[in-house]
Design a protein around this ligand. Sequence first.
Ligand code: ZN
Length: 333
Amino acid sequence: MAGLPGQGGSRVHRSRNEHTTAVTCEIHGRGYWSGKEVTVRVHPAPLGTGICLVRCDLPNRPQCVATVDHREDANLRTNLVHGAAQFQMVEHLMAALAALEIDNCIAEINAEELPALDGSSLAFVEALSHAGLVIQAKAKPQLIIRDRYRVGSSDGWVEAMPSKDGECYYEYQLSFDDETPIAPQAFGMELTPDRFIREIAPARTFVTSQQAEKIRATGMASHVTNQDLVVIGPSGPIDNVFRYSNECARHKTLDLIGDLALSGIELIGRFTSFRGGHNLNGRMAKQLAELATEQMALPSATSHETSSHRSHHGMLHSIENETPIPTDRRNAA
Ligand SMILES: [Zn+2]
């Protein structure tokens, strides 16, 4: 799949077939917010399934395909709701599935909130990697970013740009307010399964000690200790050590990958977040899903020339002119 010269680069875009897991795998833990024990069992699934989350603890096993259509805004996490099929904090599982290129699976989950684990995607990628991949007989649809799109305001934004060499690149620029103990930092890399496992999956959720106190004061997350995520005080992590000097920016990159995966399509482009959080990620995922739908509805959906043309003249209902919204600039991961 070649890009158009001058519009997203001339390197041949990597294309691949869809994948499912070779066998079932299982991840067990407790939810951060609810404290409930939960097991996620990921099963292989046929083409056309997508990422299907099933509440196997409820009557009639209600299910929800993980797309931005079912996304619900929530504080410090990404939730999915489709009738009785409700799921909290799906982003770390979604990031692992997207990064490992698992396109079709059925994830049976026996509680509303997914397991927090150590605050990272590490246990998810370990289980999914062990399960292995099966290549399925259909090319994975791609959305090649041909233009610049941005959501947010100067205080915080998420941007999609064409990649010069056909890569999928994610970057997070972290710069919180002066009173935060979290130093400005950034992280960016081309997303490949191997690099995700090494460089992003182990990066953990973090909060400042002030945020942790506020959350604990509400009575939620009372079981969560300083080892279950990174709690950052004035002199650094409390009872803990960073896994990377820029672990916070890496975790925000992880969240960005997981949230944009709700667009439901393979993304080819550069995705950068400046102080963004789940809310802005969700808005960008929605724009990307709409762009993908428009391109697929075209008579020659596989023609890059046509879709590119369309993106320049048709869609892109001026994302850059959106009304600025307050960003979750001080929110943690
Ligand atoms: Zn996160």
